[in-house]
Ligand binder design. Sequence first.
Ligand code: GLN
Length: 489
Amino acid sequence: MTELWERTAADLASLVASKQVSAAEVAESCIARTNEVEGDVLSYLTLTPEAARAKAAGVDAAVAAGEPLGPLAGVPMALKDIICTEGIRSTAASKILDTYIPPYSATVAQRLYDAGGVLLGKTNLDEFAMGSSTENSAYQVTRNPWDLSKVPGGSSGGSAAAVAAGQAPFSIGTDTGGSIRQPAALCGVVGLKPTYGLVPRYGLIAFASSLDQAGPITRDVRDAALVLGAIAGLDPKDSTSLPGPVPDYMGALDKGVEGLKIGVVKEISGEGVNPAVQTRFREAVQILEKLGAQVGEVSLPTFGYGIDIYYLIAPAEASSNLARFDGVRYGLRIDGADVENMNRNSRAAGFGPEVKRRIMLGTYSLSSGYYDAYYLKAQKARTLIARDFARAYEQFDLLVSPSAPTTAFGIGEITDPLTMYLSDICTVPSSLAGAAAISVPAGLSADDGLPVGIQFMAKPLDETTMLSAAYAFEQELGLLPKPPLWSPS
Ligand code: GLN
């Protein structure tokens, strides 16, 4: 018998709404499943079972009273711990925020609560979302449910692992340069990075403000459409939030790919990508052709500079955003002889090595004398990437590539930061262009049996075309087998 924790968010919402199961039963199933595997996977930094039970009881009361229900009523969820949640510790996986309890909830969290979502807990990440393996968390290393000796990817590794391990039907991650898509690919789940500005950033602990976006991590494309519909849309509290109606993402799923023009991006699909990943990716492209898409290759020369550009812009913005952690206003304070020493001591003790590296890189590239040579040049090159995208979209409706150059790598295997940074070669270009992208499972690598993802990239605000293509692809390929950890013990 299928357990409730195995069901998708869309299924659970309809089971609860039609009174076939109670929200309380759903919550208990996910809480029990979480307890069963959390010791192996370590997805969560904070668990909130009591809050989940109280919320589920509220949903059940609403069902009993015949009140109107939100689209996610009674559906359990996990939120990346970089998303502020009122009254619930939110650390960004940093010691500097070890005891931080936000006085308000991020818009994304609030919208999910309002939709009826039941919060199970806050998931692990690389400290301040800086990393590609979740090994930069100040607390714990999350393990990949497919192979516990491997990383889940990052920075939203806890969110991806929780969904892959059956702990939560969906989670929310954030993506600055790939942190939703890359862990989704490595854990064999779906991860969607919305167009910049579609999902409000209010209440996300900022890393690089011109890039950060929250988005869903789910077990199938339909759930990605469902959750995106619940979190998208204008928020007056975020000045970069986009106006305009939120499309009916679920309603557009069935449009298919017939007649769509799909471009394979040469620069991020061949050299530099592991051969076994390339093989699965090529088969995925054949599936799209079989479904009636017109596939061609496209060369976008500036994509080759994506990593260089990203690692100037993101650290520059981070160095500015993280200046607020000064021992005065937030979190950890280590006293010193005077304010400056207190400030220095607090930051020295509170930030981990990767965060310090980024602050130094960013401060350097923003400093006078280097600003023009580095930061300004990177901004100009960023414009070229957006132009390359625009040129490609004159010919193609969607672009595709592998989601990541490798499958999940071993915990502790990559020690050099520059090699780690290369994990994002496939994902940073659409981040820099502010465009939408989704990673969908494309099968298992013949080398190591681990999941491979295909990335669909769309024009800004064309999530509907992207989701319908991803859905058609998923329907044709079928869902992945479940990870070994899935089988009930
Ligand atoms: N891995 C990339 C980095 O370390 C991207 C992180 C992210 O998207 N938050 O910056």
